[in-house]
Each structure stands twice: as structure tokens, then as C-alpha cells.
Design a protein around this ligand. Sequence first.
Ligand SMILES: NC(=O)c1ccc[n+]([C@@H]2O[C@H](COP(=O)([O-])OP(=O)(O)OC[C@H]3O[C@@H](n4cnc5c(N)ncnc54)[C@H](OP(=O)(O)O)[C@@H]3O)[C@@H](O)[C@H]2O)c1
Length: 322
Amino acid sequence: MNAAVLHAFNESPRFEEFSEPIADENEVIVHVRAAALKPVDKQMASGSHYAAFRKLPVVCGMDGVGCLDDGTRVFFVSPRPPYGSMAQRTIVSPSHSFPIPDNIDEDIAAAIVNPGLSAWGALAWRAQLAAGETVLILGATGVTGKLAVQTAKLLGAGRVIAAGRNEQVLSTLHDLGADSTIRLDKPGQDLTETFAREAGDAGFDVIIDYLWGPPTEALLAAIARKDLNPALSRVRLIEVGESAGPTISLAAAALRSSKLEILGAGSGNAPASPEIWLEAIRQLLSNVASGKLRIDTERVPLREVEDAWQRDQHGWRTVIIP
Ligand SMILES: NC(=O)c1ccc[n+]([C@@H]2O[C@H](COP(=O)([O-])OP(=O)(O)OC[C@H]3O[C@@H](n4cnc5c(N)ncnc54)[C@H](OP(=O)(O)O)[C@@H]3O)[C@@H](O)[C@H]2O)c1
């Protein structure tokens, strides 16, 4: 079968022949229709992700949309290595495949489930966002950040502040529900002052952080108080991604002078129950069908995966079509 095959970390996968998957009694074959090319796929292929591949060669792709042998259309995650989603066929555990409704395009379903559930999980499950609260999204110009802006509004956020670098994408975020925007491409001290101005006296209740690195350091400097007064309210910072850097320097005073709480949102703290995922995917796709959630996609044939791997995406998701 044709597949996107990775031979060495930090290289792009190549379009080539790979062995057919053979399912054991606890697995199912998926005939893949669409697989999104996400940051996590690149992190896995570069060896930089905490769960990066242990053995090469492998077929790239963590999830996708396809059909089972009986024709059921499913979204699936975590194919068994060395098989991946960027191939004509792959292999998964039945508990990792979720039927999807007929009224959703397969490229939209393939593109939206990972960032959509991540945005939902960070806001609803980890931050426990309450109606009326103020939310700051760091990295709001990315695919997942754009969905976080929309999801925060859907969940009843009072005010959503979207922070990003790309001016053109930033200017579209008001249409998705952002009440104000912050340009991140400025020196650290200026950025800290901008965050402090946007926070005002009431502060941010929830921060969803796709960046980490220098923008987060500038933000934490704005959250740290410069007096001995008790902070008025909790600040829940949910760390989801590391597009701007894998580490930060964290001043101890930022934690003592504020009610800052830092949590992560990712595979290690996601719900384990397939029923919860099935219901979350159903709800997500129903919001897509009714137009409450939008994602921009670009379809690319599997044979062009090597080129697509090198290209930057600015606010849209590339979907590989086998
Ligand atoms: N934990 C999870 O379950 C989970 C799920 C989904 C995503 N994520 C992670 O979240 C992050 C974003 O994902 P995505 O899907 O939104 O990716 P994306 O569509 O590629 O967007 C990347 C974002 O990062 C910004 N960015 C990149 N380099 C930057 C830098 N040096 N300084 C400031 N901003 C920078 C981009 O800003 P501009 O476009 O404005 O330049 C854009 O907002 C990734 O690290 C991804 O792995 C994690």
C-alpha cells in the first residue's frame, strides 16, 4: 500500500510502498480517507515529543478518518506502530475508533477532532471555565487557538482575548468571537505591559497557552503582583503546547504573589473512558454541523506529503488524502 514513511528523525516522511497491516483478533483495519498533518505529527517525527517513535521506519500520522471493513465511517486515533494514519490502510484497537455522522466532510472531521477536543478539554475539563469568566488564548492564530476562541465563547466566557503574531490571522479573530487581540511580536517588557493593561484590575481567570517560552514568561511577569495585597481571584493557566519554546524561566515570586495555578492539558491527563470521548466527539461534530465551530482546511494528496511537511500553515490545517 502507499504510505508516508519516516526513515530518520528530523527528516520528512517519503511517499512510498509499505507492508499491508494485518489485524489480530483485538484490532480492526481502517481504510483511511483523510489524515490531518498536525504539530504533534511533526514532533513525533522529529523525535522531540515525549512519546516520540521508538523504532523506525514508521508510517506517520496519529489519527484520521476512514471506513471499517463493514463500511462504518469512523474517526480513529493511535494506530499501532509501525502503522500510522497517512497511508491507504492502518490498524487500530476498536476502542480507538469512533463512528461519525454522515453530514460531516471527512477532511473537516479529520482536521477538527484533535484541536477541537483539545480546546474543549483545556477549557471545560482542565480549567473548568465558568460562564462570564475572562479567557486569554496565547497562540490564538493557530488552528487549535482559533478553535479555543470559538469554544470559549460557546462555553459562555464573558471576555475572550486572543494573542498571536500573525497580523492577518489576528484580524479575523473578532469574527470568531474574540473581544480583543494582542500582538505578540514585540519586546518582552512591552508585551508584559500590554498583558497587564488587558488584564486590568479584574485579571484573567483562565489562560490557555499553546506557546510557552518567551510569550509565557512575559505574561507571568504581568500576573506577578508588585505589592503585599492578596490577589483578587484565581488564575488558571492551562499549558497545552510549546510552539514558542519547550521551557520557561519561572520566578518563584510569580507563584507567591498571585493566585496562579499552572496545569497541563494533554494525553497524560485526558479522560480514559471511550464513552466520554465518543460523547465529546459527537458534541464537537454537532457544533461543526450547526456552524458553531469552524476550521479552515487544505486537501493534499498523499503523494505530496514530503512537500506538505515542509510548508508553514497559518491558521489552516493540511489534510492528507491517501
Ligand atoms: N496537548 C494537546 O493535546 C495539544 C493539542 C493540540 C495542539 N497542541 C499543541 O499546541 C500548539 C499549537 O497547535 P496548533 O494546532 O494551533 O498549531 P499551528 O496551527 O501550527 O499554530 C501554531 C501557533 O503557534 C504560534 N507560534 C509559532 N511559533 C511561535 C513563536 N516563536 N512565538 C510565538 N508564537 C509562535 C503561531 O503564531 P503565528 O501563526 O501568529 O505566527 C500559531 O499561533 C502546538 O505546540 C501543538 O503541539 C497540543
